[in-house]
Design a protein around this ligand. Structure first.
Ligand code: LLP
Length: 429
């Protein structure tokens, strides 16, 4: 995810994912009509802050993306899984892409519709499959032969016929960083093209499995739409092969992965993606499913953090890889700015967190002006931010706050120390 040099709030490129409702009014950073400082004073730092308006704008871009094809947009729960956010997506008619039993519980708790929920993931346990069957989810996206037999056997014990899709691996090398590529032959996801027909043959004779779709997900932070074009061509070819079995598929699922701008990158829109899909799959009758995560949640969130100390070139802040893992794990670059503009001369800083790891660096050689006590905003932190946080070094996960115009509401409290210790037990004598 090597992007350009960080720069805060440059709006010289017109890019939809840069228009995120975190803007300066006079000298202070606002989220919609709320001064970020007010939130920091009320709830402390570090804290995640989301803009409802930005989420809704991104939601509407997907709602309006397709002009011809019937479609279902399944929000990828793993990117931002707070119940209030999932509820907002459900109210907008979205389905969900889940990868664990826990995510299914989240969808249900948020009022989401299991019938609009697809279950992907390579390691579905017996318990997770049984729960998915009982909740009557839309489809299990099968990722291996063993999983196919496991689902069949559980369905048989339950005396049910279960709807499934095959997640194929289109052998496309796509995605922003080695760790988030998923569609190549060497990747652990999906089923290779040469094996699929065997799966179809088995499912077509099974009393307990019903093939209703084809699915894939080629990677994340994809900015070249040609990768989707290739994938659409593959899915079409496969669907034509499946036609020969007399099977009528209900959906073709092209996964998530649409990239966003972390600084000044021009990225494709959901509409441009949908146009390509509609063009390539024009003569297919199936409903189209997409599984976007980052392109809905990414630019809707920031993480605020306080400068505790300044030491040499280091700005030492109260948040680090425990709250936002992306810079340490993928060398991801996020724009960062001081929430109050000041006239002090800027210098180049290494912005580092409190964790006892040398990789706990939020940004390197980052030019900004800041002094001890200032609050910084790390931008585009809505996706894979809070969800990837941990308690490493026994730090409490930060709160999440949702801004709606001039109002804000806490949608997840900061953890207490009791929360951290509650599952631990004394050694018995
Ligand atoms: N569908 C499946 C099957 C996925 O595995 C993923 C993401 C998505 C949809 C959503 O992809 P999106 O639209 O958000 O790109 N932690 C990494 C990203 C890992 C993505 C994992 N799979 C990051 O922070 O960049």
């Amino acid at each position: 995810m090597g992007l350009e040099a960080p720069c805060c709030f440059k709006l010289d490129h017109i890019n939809i994912f840069k228009m995120d409702n975190f803007i300066f009014k006079a000298d202070s950073l606002y989220c919609e009509d709320v001064n970020i400082r007010d939130i920091a004073e009320k709830y402390g730092t570090p804290a995640y802050i989301y803009s409802k308006k930005t989420l809704e704008e991104n939601i509407n871009r997907y709602k309006n993306a397709f002009s011809k094809k019937d479609n279902l947009i399944c929000f990828s729960v793993k990117s931002l899984s707070n119940l209030s956010i999932l509820e907002l997506l459900h109210r907008n008619g979205f389905g969900f892409d889940i990868v664990s039993g826990g995510e299914l519980e989240r969808v249900v708790s948020a009022g989401g519709d299991p019938k609009k929920t697809i279950f992907t993931g390579i390691a579905k346990s017996e318990e997770e499959i049984l729960n998915g069957i009982k909740k009557n989810i839309l489809s299990f996206n099968i990722e291996s032969e063993s999983e196919m037999y496991r689902i069949e056997s559980i369905a048989s014990k339950e005396n049910k016929t279960v709807d499934v899709a095959i997640r194929f691996n289109p052998e496309v090398d796509s995605g922003g960083h080695e760790y988030i590529k998923t569609g190549r032959k060497k990747d652990k996801f999906g089923i290779f093209l040469d094996q699929i027909i065997r799966f179809v043959e088995h499912i077509s004779t099974s009393k307990h499995l019903n093939l209703i779709g084809l699915s894939c997900h080629i990677g994340s932070q994809i900015v070249d739409l040609n990768d989707y074009k290739i994938t659409a061509k593959y899915i079409k070819r496969l669907a034509e092969e499946i036609d020969k079995f007399g099977i009528k598929l209900e959906f073709l699922d092209l996964g998530g992965g649409l990239g966003i701008s972390y600084s000044n990158l021009d990225t494709p829109t959901p509409k441009e993606l949908a146009d390509i899909i509609e063009q390539e799959l024009e003569d297919r009758a199936e409903k189209i499913i997409l599984e976007p995560g980052r392109s809905i949640s990414g630019n809707a969130g920031i993480l605020i953090t306080k400068v505790e100390y300044i030491k040499d070139k280091y700005l030492i802040v109260d948040s680090g890889m425990n709250d936002l893992l992306r810079p340490a794990l993928y060398q991801a670059k996020h724009d960062i700015c001081n929430i109050e503009k000041n006239t002090a001369e800027s210098s180049e800083w290494n912005i580092v967190g409190p964790i006892c790891e040398s990789s706990d660096v939020l940004a390197k050689d980052f030019k900004m002006s800041a002094k001890e006590g200032d609050i910084l905003a790390i931008k585009t932190a809505g996706a894979y931010g809070h969800v990837m946080s941990s308690n490493y070094n026994t730090r409490r996960r930060p709160p999440e706050i949702l801004v709606d115009k001039d109002q804000y509401k806490i949608i997840r409290k900061r953890e207490s120390y009791d929360d951290l210790f509650k599952n631990e037990m004394e050694i018995e004598d």
